[in-house]
Design a binder for this molecule. Structure first.
Ligand code: PLP
Length: 379
């Protein structure tokens, strides 16, 4: 099936009781059993919830995987990876990952005696060089937040396979519409469904997807034993949103490309980071492993003062953390999303004080450009 057909139908069947075309919100904690030892496959809602199961099947299909697991947030999904960690294990992570991912690995998991190497994964050789006999996992984010560095999933997948390590790819920025890491050698795909999968800035949810039965078994165990599940309403909201994922992503890409080009030629903007620009250092790789360049555009304003003037003068772009919703957002990563990353760490991957990040929404392009142009005239 094509992507949109799957997005609208996968994992969903008309409700057997009424024929309702939409999967109901099964707002229940328990299920009545027919007799002792005989039930309908549902016993307790932490373990089984049909609304959540429909979402898991739906996104697994979109990611070209077999199994999906939903969690209470993207970070809960990241936390569930702990089921694979033991004292002494070594994990290689992109040096420019989501701030919360860095914080969880560095401030929580490190205390258990798990070792981490923070590596510039845009060069696969760096990953290869960091491998030790204890390396059990390679965790990459591509494109990264907010610099939009791109790592070669296929090349790193091969390195992981040779080392006997699993490859986890945070696919939040691309969504399954634009990038399919499982088909390029990833073992697990991670999503903050709070972003593009949810798409309307009204829900916090996370997901892990895989094609491996062995990995799925352990994730199912972790999901149930840790209890880090999302509620049925939140699962339903994301399930409703994936139906329009293709439409939204096409609109995000179209607007973002035009805005990146506009900013690139604007004298007040020092530099624009967008995979769809030929000036992007991994533009060729982006064309190869992505089906579009996404809705995130990052720019360098030269100083925190310039950044502030720009941020304070936009009207349609709302000053807020998060991304991936239909409405355009603007943020200052150094003081917002990446406040927990030490200065010397962030400067290593180019996250300077003048960096501003746009999550380009699906409003009318002319309005967005006018808003940016007006704000830049105040800088
Ligand atoms: C937001 C985000 C996360 C964390 O997800 P939450 O739903 O906020 O817990 C992880 N990775 C990336 C790339 C994100 O943007």
């Amino acid at each position: 099936m094509g992507f949109s057909t799957d997005a609208i139908h996968a994992g969903q069947i008309p409700d057997p009781t009424t024929g309702a075309i939409m999967t109901p919100v099964y707002q229940t904690s328990t299920y009545v059993q027919d007799e002792l030892g005989k039930h309908k496959g549902y016993e307790y809602a932490r373990t089984h919830n049909l609304t959540r199961a429909a979402l898991e099947k739906n996104v697994a299909t979109l990611e070209k995987g077999k199994f999906g697991f939903a969690f209470g947030s993207g970070m809960a999904a990241t936390s569930a990876l702990a089921v694979f960690f033991k004292t002494g294990y070594h994990v290689i992570v992109s040096d420019n990952v989501y701030g919360g991912t860095f914080r969880y690995f560095d401030k929580v998991v490190k205390n258990w005696g798990v070792k981490f190497s923070w590596v510039d994964t845009t060069n696969p050789q760096n990953v290869k060089d960091a491998i030790t006999p204890e390396t059990k996992m390679i965790f990459i984010e591509t494109p990264t937040n907010p610099i939009l560095n791109i790592s070669d999933i296929e090349a790193i997948g091969k390195i992981a396979k040779n080392a006997g390590a699993m490859l986890v790819v945070d696919n939040t920025f691309m969504s399954p519409y634009l990038q399919s890491p499982l088909t390029l050698g990833a073992d697990i795909v991670l999503h903050s469904a709070t972003k593009y999968l949810g798409g309307h800035s009204d829900v916090v949810l996370g997901m892990l997807l895989t094609s491996s039965e062995e990995i799925a078994e352990r994730l199912a165990f972790m999901q149930n034993s840790s209890g880090m599940i999302p509620g049925p309403w939140d699962s339903w909201l994301v399930l409703r949103s994936t139906k329009t994922l293709a439409l939204r992503m096409r609109a995000h890409c179209e607007n973002a490309q035009k805005i990146a080009e506009f900013l690139d030629s604007h004298p007040k903007v020092e530099k624009v980071f967008y995979p769809g620009l030929e000036s992007h250092p991994q533009h060729e790789l982006a064309k190869k492993q992505m089906r579009g360049f996404g809705g995130m555009v990052t720019l360098e304003m030269g100083s925190v003062e310039n950044a502030k003037k720009f941020l304070d003068n936009v009207k349609i772009f709302a000053l807020a953390e998060s991304l991936g919703g239909v409405e355009s957002l603007i943020s200052h990563p150094v003081s917002m999303t990446h406040a927990s990353v030490p200065k010397e760490e962030r400067l290593k991957f180019g996250l300077t004080d003048g960096i501003v990040r746009l999550s380009v929404g699906v409003e009318d392009l002319e309005d967005l450009i006018e808003d940016l142009e007006n704000a830049l005239s105040n800088v």
